[in-house]
Design a protein around this ligand. Structure first.
Ligand code: NAP
Ligand code: G4F
Length: 344
């Protein structure tokens, strides 16, 4: 029997890579999308799969819509990726973020409970839940300490998923994914902001790139690798929770250095704190500066994942190095910039 997957958040980064993976495996893919969205599915178009997805209007704030979608699509697997996913915005929109990310997940779980309890469910949990880290490397058993309204809302959704597994026997799994990036990453996130911004600076289209906390450190992997772990979780005999990460951590500064190196110039750092600047060491021009507007009221300083459980039980390992990821993103943004004036 053909497997039928409903992906919420089909227009996002992970929705695109997961759709490609599932289509290649022979699934029928239903893509949940907001009707209020711009209607642009540029990521699906870039991967050449837009025409192969059955689009379904889907809104996390509307429980009746969620139930009708499940009744209509009758999915065997639901990959719940939709969210207000930008941590920075969650400080300005905490209640909306909680409604979408926390209650939105609960609305889907309730709909599955009433429509068909055999549906397998994937919850997009996050390393943001570790926040103020309680262990040098964070695993499934590490205590959580979220540092943003986004992280708090995701922690609710995480525990709601576990509760529905325990209370109603749902095949429900949480992927605690660490930051994963790609050429399809949204431009508001720091990696893509850097690759797109530095390409523009390099091409003389802008003067300088303004960023927030350059000392922040993340365990950055490639999104294309991470969606494979999502699929593996739903093929297990029962639901479970898994950290998905590379185990390697780099700072925003190091990401900038690698991105600039790919463009052919070294960055020299001068000054400290809000006065720190990154200078193109070949030209002497300032290419990076700090803007406190991008600081967060409470920050997640550093994250490093311990993905041994995923390796052992899912047979999952990342295939893309930090260096390979940065180069892939720079090359894609350079190609876009030379193709069109605005890129994506
Ligand atoms: P993304 O690119 O920001 O995509 C988010 C998706 O959610 C978009 O398709 C968006 O639709 C949709 N959405 C937002 N609000 C919605 C609503 N009210 N109803 C229905 N759809 C809604 O995120 P991503 O990077 O692919 O991440 C996928 C999931 O993994 C998210 O839940 C995120 O929080 C989580 N996560 C991401 C990472 C990471 O590093 N990427 C790490 C851990 C966890 P529009 O296009 O209409 O805005
Ligand atoms: O790229 P970011 O906005 O990602 P963040 O906050 O880690 O969240 C992402 O990863 C989470 C997994 O841990 C996901 F759950 C979440 O949905 C999202 O995908 O920021 C990364 C770091 C932060 O410490 C931030 O303060 O970079 C720092 N940063 C420094 N300058 C900046 C900037 N972040 C952004 N977005 N923009 C800046 O100018």
């Amino acid at each position: 029997m053909t497997k039928r997957a409903l992906i919420t958040g089909i227009s996002g980064q992970d929705g695109a890579y997961l759709s490609k993976l599932l289509l290649d495996k022979g699934y029928t893919v239903y893509g949940g999308h907001r009707q209020s969205a711009s209607g642009e599915f540029w990521r699906l178009t870039e991967l050449g799969i837009f025409d192969r997805i059955e689009m379904v209007p889907f809104e996390l704030l509307e429980p009746t819509n969620i139930t009708r979608v499940l009744q209509k699509v009758r999915p065997t697997e639901v990959y719940h990726l939709a969210a207000q996913s930008f941590v920075g915005a969650s400080f300005e929109q905490p209640i909306y973020t909680a409604d979408v990310n926390a209650l939105g997940t609960l609305r889907i779980l309730e709909a599955i409970r009433s429509v068909d309890r055999s549906i397998r469910f994937y919850q997009a949990s996050t390393s943001e839940m570790f926040g103020l880290i309680q262990a040098a490397a964070q695993a499934e058993t590490t205590p959580f300490h979220p540092r943003s309204p986004y992280g708090v809302a995701k922690l609710f959704a995480h525990w709601a998923t576990i509760n529905y597994r325990e209370a109603y026997g749902l095949h429900a799994s949480c992927g605690i994914l660490f930051n994963h990036e790609s050429p399809l990453r949204g431009r508001e996130f720091v990696t893509r902001k850097i690759t797109r911004g530095l390409v523009d600076v390099h091409l003389g289209r802008r003067e300088v790139l303004a960023l927030g906390n350059l000392k922040a450190a993340r365990d950055w992997g490639f999104a294309g690798d991470y969606v494979d772990a999502m699929w593996r979780m739903l093929q297990r005999p029962a639901g479970d929770d898994f950290v998905v990460a590379t185990g390697h951590t780099h700072t925003v500064e190091q990401f900038l250095e690698a991105a600039a190196a790919r463009l052919g110039f070294p960055i020299a750092w001068q000054g400290e704190g809000v006065d720190q600047v990154g200078v193109n060491a070949q030209t002497g021009r300032v290419v990076v500066r700090v803007d406190p507007a991008f600081f967060r009221p409470s920050e997640v300083d550093t994250l490093t994942g311990d993905a041994r459980k995923a390796q052992e039980l899912l047979g999952w390992t990342p295939t893309t190095t930090f260096q390979g990821l940065v180069e892939m993103m720079i090359d894609a943004d350079r190609a876009r910039a030379t193709r069109t004036p605005t890129g994506d």
